[in-house]
Write a protein that binds this ligand. Structure first.
Ligand code: HEM
Ligand code: HEM
Length: 218
C-alpha cells in the first residue's frame, strides 16, 4: 500500500498551534500553582499575574487563528473543518468509518471546533475576571471590583478549564495512538506541515465531486 504525503499545514497555522498549545499549558500550571499557594499572598499574586498575561497571549493567538480561518489557505479555512459531507456519508452508511480528503480527521476536526469555541468563552470570562480581580487588561476601567459578576464568571471559567485539560489529554492520546496503530507519522505534521496518508484512505477529489453532483441532482 502506498503512503502519500502533501503539505497541508501552513506556517501561520503551525505558529498559532504552537502559541495556543504553549499558553494553554502555562495557563493550567499557573492557575493550579496559584491555588496551591493560597496562603502566600505575594507568591499567589505573581502566579495570577503570569496567568493573566499568558491569557492575553492566548487570546492573541486565538484571534489570529480565527482570522486565518477566514482568509488563510485552503486547509486552514473553517469551511474545510466542518466536514459535513463526510459526516453525512457516515450517517448514510451508518458506520463511524470515515473516508475524508486531506486535512484533519472529521472527528478530530469536530473536537477542534468545540475546543476553539470553549477557548473563546475562557478568553472572554478571563478578560473580565482580569479587570475585576487584578485591575488589568482592556476592561480594567469598566469592571474593576464589580463583585456582582465575580462568582458566576469564575465558576464558569473554572468549569471550562476542565474541558481544556480533558481536550489536551485526549488530543495527545489520539495522536500517538493513531500514529502507532496506522503506522504513519502523524505527530510531526504540526512541525513540518506535511500530512501522510495511506492512499486507500484518501477520499479523492473525483469522489468528492461525485458526492456534490449527487447532492445537486437531488
Ligand atoms: C498541549 C496542548 C495542545 C493543544 C491545546 C493543541 C491543540 C490543537 C488544535 C486546536 C489543533 C487543530 C489545529 C487547527 O486549527 O487546524 C491541533 C492539531 C494538531 N496538533 Fe495539537 N495541541 C496541543 C499539543 C500538541 C502537541 C504536543 C503536538 C505534537 C507533539 C500536537 C500535534 C498536533 C497535530 C499533529 C495536529 C494535527 C492533527 C490532525 O490532523 O488532526 N499538538 N492541536
Ligand atoms: C487555557 C485556558 C485557561 C485555563 C485552563 C484557565 C484556568 C483557570 C483556573 C483553573 C482559574 C481558577 C478559577 C477559580 O478558582 O476561580 C482561573 C482563574 C482566572 N483566570 Fe484563567 N484560565 C484560562 C484562560 C484565561 C484567560 C484567557 C484569561 C484572561 C486573560 C484568564 C484569566 C483569569 C483570571 C483573571 C482568573 C482569576 C484570578 C483570581 O482569582 O485572582 N484565564 N483560570
Amino acid at each position: 500500500m502506498k503512503v502519500e504525503r502533501k503539505k497541508i499545514y501552513d506556517p501561520l497555522l503551525r505558529l498559532s498551534h504552537f502559541g495556543i498549545a504553549f499558553f494553554c499549558l502555562i495557563l493550567i500550571l499557573s492557575a493550579y500553582i496559584a491555588e496551591f499557594y493560597y496562603e502566600e499572598g505575594l507568591l499567589r499574586k505573581s502566579f495570577w499575574v503570569v496567568h493573566v498575561y499568558s491569557g492575553f497571549a492566548l487570546t492573541f493567538f486565538l484571534i489570529l487563528r480565527i482570522f486565518w480561518g477566514l482568509i488563510g489557505p485552503k486547509y486552514a479555512r473553517w469551511h474545510e473543518m466542518w466536514k459535513w459531507q463526510e459526516w453525512k456519508g457516515a450517517f448514510k452508511a451508518r458506520r463511524i468509518h470515515f473516508k475524508w480528503n486531506w486535512g484533519h480527521h472529521p472527528m478530530a476536526s469536530l473536537s477542534y471546533l468545540l475546543f476553539y469555541f470553549i477557548l473563546s468563552f475562557l478568553s472572554v470570562t478571563g478578560i473580565i475576571l482580569s479587570a475585576i480581580e487584578h485591575n488589568l487588561g482592556p476592561l480594567a476601567s469598566s469592571f474593576y471590583d464589580q463583585l456582582t459578576y465575580r462568582k458566576d464568571l469564575s465558576e464558569l471559567h473554572e468549569s471550562l478549564s476542565y474541558f481544556v485539560i480533558l481536550f489536551i489529554f485526549s488530543h495527545l492520546f489520539a495522536l500517538f495512538w493513531h500514529e502507532n496503530k496506522d503506522q504513519i507519522p502523524i505527530v510531526q505534521s504540526m512541525f513540518s506541515g506535511f500530512q501522510y496518508r495511506k492512499n486507500n484512505e484518501v477520499k479523492n477529489e473525483d469522489e468528492k465531486y461525485e458526492d456534490e453532483k449527487y447532492e445537486d441532482e437531488k
